[in-house]
Design a protein around this ligand. Sequence first.
Ligand SMILES: *[C@@H]1O[C@H](CO)[C@@H](O)[C@H](O)[C@H]1NC(C)=O
Ligand SMILES: *[C@@H]1O[C@H](CO)[C@@H](O)[C@H](O)[C@H]1NC(C)=O
Ligand SMILES: *[C@@H]1O[C@H](CO)[C@@H](O)[C@H](O)[C@H]1NC(C)=O
Ligand SMILES: *[C@@H]1O[C@H](CO)[C@@H](O)[C@H](O)[C@H]1NC(C)=O
Length: 943
Amino acid sequence: MEDEKFASAKDSPFSEPVAIPANSRTKRIVKYSICFGLVWFIVHSWFIIPRRYIFVGDPSSHTSACTHSKYAWVTDAFAPKDPQVPHGRLAENFFLTIPNSASAIAASRKYATKPHLAGSDGDLLTAKYFLDLLQHELSIPKGTDDPVYPAGSVASRNATLSITHLTEPVAWIDVYYPVLNTPLDRSLEILGDDGHAAWKAELEEIGDELDSDAYTYADSVGAWHGLSKDGEAEGRLIFANYGRKSDYDELVEKGVDFTGAIVLVRYGGLFRGLKVKGAQELGAAGVLIYSDPRDDGTVTEANGYAPYPYGPARNPTSVQRGSVQFLSIYPGDPTTPGYPSYENSTRTDGTNIPSIPSLPISWANAKVLLEEIDGKNRPVKLTNHVDTKVTPIWNTMGVIPGHIKDEVVVVGNHRDAWVLGAVDPSSGTVSVHEVVRGLGALLKEGWKPLRTIVIASWDAEEYGLIGSTEWGEDFSEWIQEHVVAYVNLDSSVSGSKFGAAGSPSLAHFIRKTAEDLPHPTDPKRTLWDATADRGQLFGEHNDVDSLGTEVETEAMEYIGIRPLGSGSDYTVFLQRLGVASMDSGGFTSTLSDPVYHYHSVYDSERWQEVYGDPGFVKHVAVAKNLGLQTLRLATALVLPFNTTNYAFELEYHLNVVEKLAASSATTPNLVPLRAAIKSLQFASLEFDAEKYRAEFILKGLIRKWHQSQLQREHSCFRSLMRRLRHFFTAVTHRFPCVSKPVTMAAPRSIAGSHSRFPCVSKSVMMAAPCFGKPATMAALPSQPRRPQPLSLPGADEPPAEIEGRPDKNGVDTGMHRIDDEVNVEDGDWPHLPIPHRPKHPHWHWPHKPRHPPRALIAAAKAVRKINQKLASFERGFIHEDGIKDREWYRHLGVAPGKWLGYGATTLPGLTEAITIEKNITLANDEAARLTEAVENIRDALRA
Ligand SMILES: *[C@@H]1O[C@H](CO)[C@@H](O)[C@H](O)[C@H]1NC(C)=O
Ligand SMILES: *[C@@H]1O[C@H](CO)[C@@H](O)[C@H](O)[C@H]1NC(C)=O
Ligand SMILES: *[C@@H]1O[C@H](CO)[C@@H](O)[C@H](O)[C@H]1NC(C)=O
Ligand SMILES: *[C@@H]1O[C@H](CO)[C@@H](O)[C@H](O)[C@H]1NC(C)=O
């Protein structure tokens, strides 16, 4: 400890000659002994005890009772930092030097060259890879046994519930037990007149040696539908285009009878399970879903492109596997709706899975069936046998504790793939891999986030968002209390167009982060500019009506950030628990990109390296973007949420509803709702002002506090000397000398009991003697690890541009130079020049406030209260009764479209009362429910 240095520094009290009146020898000895004792006491209490007990920021001092103080985090978070540890912008720059292509490619080869279907051995292996990564990068000690905890066990419960008490990074695996299925025998036949097969389809994909992984594993995971119904069906074929609600309605209007039929539909436009649901509700016996090259845009064999692996067009044997869960009813384990699937959980019959069998088929097979429909249209027989059982799945979890332990940012990506999944999800896993390395590197530099970061590698997302949903259902109260934002990354690269989605409160934040980063291949543009990028493979033949892989969204694209529907792991956080969420952003396939073989064995490492992202620069760009978002969410003093934007988007959505109502017979009274939204807008604008003010004040106080530390460093000894001289004079003239209650009080209480030593408030008194003003020293901060120099403003400050905050340049602290000297382009982190401690600080207390440290605590509390309001804003849309007919979804502002699944429907209850239910009573009820929610949100902002 550096304490000794202070204690022994420079002049000793005894080097000062003190005039002692000639007196008796014994008297002198007594006097000297008492005074010596006093001096020792004072020095000890001023320099040694405070350091040991006040430095709650130092992980080694956590035995102190101060750790548990309510406001210890204030001291912890805002104390001057070691200047050699990157913070704020420097931390961002440092982070950005870490993700790189070589590491990304290596990670991709590790995850995407073996099948890792949820619940399989390969999946468990990747769960452990990810655990290893967290342990290695975050310096988490490995025990003899892997920390694998069955969900619901004491260890598993404790692992999540103790996140808010951790002081060191931790990682573990939670095992949930959902009901899943795997493919058994399947077949598809056209039946001849004799009832025997006239044609039999080859249902599995066919490998090609040119892509060795795809060749090896072409039929290792059968081409089937996850959670599909076991059974057989025989009937006539009916072609129903995309299987949208509108497609079915149109056919029914034309008099087509679906009873007992086998419905043939193509992929695209809406979640596949809802295609099956539509057919099932019309009485169909089975469903076949195929991949149509018309949805591949210009990149087709007709336009002269060779099929993969010889070119960028679709391999005609490729099949899109996928879940046929009815996603818009509820996600997660079908047998445990709304509660977690532990090994022995009570289970129900799922109501979100089909009751008729289905199969995914290739274009090669679909072509035969389409010809059959146009020709003899003989009956078809499909067989889909599956093995349905409770299956363990593994969520790998990691935690980086922050100064504010109970504000948590969760970053999640799923790990399970249908087969190899080089794009889905391994490209996302690879980007997260690079983010973990970056955060790990920061931790090794001594950095610590303001808030706690949780990194989740979800399992069984492909079957229906199961890993994330079960965790969300398991810890719903904890999440609602502590999670301030959820950041999702599914696939990160399948094409050329950058896109992101999120809660309206995060839209500006998402866009800003992407605007702060360079485009992966064009240094003149930003990452955000890649939202305008398209593939470059053109051709004459193009199906203008195709929906392709581009998802139809019914909601607007305001600021370029789509609202979230469903289809990935943010669903439970946003739609059920009301946590502001985002799909971080990735590069998606366009109609002029090499065909992305979604959920096929050809979603392989070779495809990714040759066609998807040669050089892996986009993987790295996404990692930087995700990392920057994570850093900013975890370190911004005030959460970068824009409630005003939310309030204005609500008005926009209301306008859409009003138009819908005007063109239908159902016209509810929307006047009170509009008034409520208006008043929310005003409340939010007022709140913005409060937000900026609170942040400005806190930043100022932190700066002053650091400055006062600097001054103290300067003058403490001088002041001590002065006081000691006065003291000695008093002692020597007026014996006895024990007459200074101020200096005595604190030490006595310390000596009494360490464990009862109260934290910040006591340290105020303790430190008082130094300046003789209790306030100045309150909450004495931790010292930098190295004795000098003292760091200047060191709190984790996000760049001033976020939210247009007042720039920190308001006070010249001499730190900006250092900022500029850091050349992050070079890749290597330069050693920061050590700023020398100025002899005369640039800044002085203009007026010494009576209790500056209390003011700092008050300011920190005010900011915390604002953050709580920001974090709970989204929660205000959660209604216990949920959305009609799909009560699992409880967000009144946004839900996956009932007949879209992926796409969002905004103001879903109200919208669907008009468009689907066509019920004026219901529409008015829904408008009233929304009005009440919006008014409550407004009142909470004003509280
Ligand atoms: C709970 O978790 C914390 C943090 O990982 C650990 O220190 C503690 O020992 C655990 N307690 C139990 C009962 O498992
Ligand atoms: C679940 O039930 C099985 C069979 O009764 C039992 O062996 C197992 O220990 C139980 N698991 C838990 C976590 O209680
Ligand atoms: C918040 O959103 C509003 C409305 O979109 C916008 O005008 C404002 O600039 C945003 N504020 C910030 C700091 O992004
Ligand atoms: C319309 O909605 C109301 C309120 O939910 C319900 O009581 C009523 O039965 C519905 N009417 C029809 C025709 O469905």
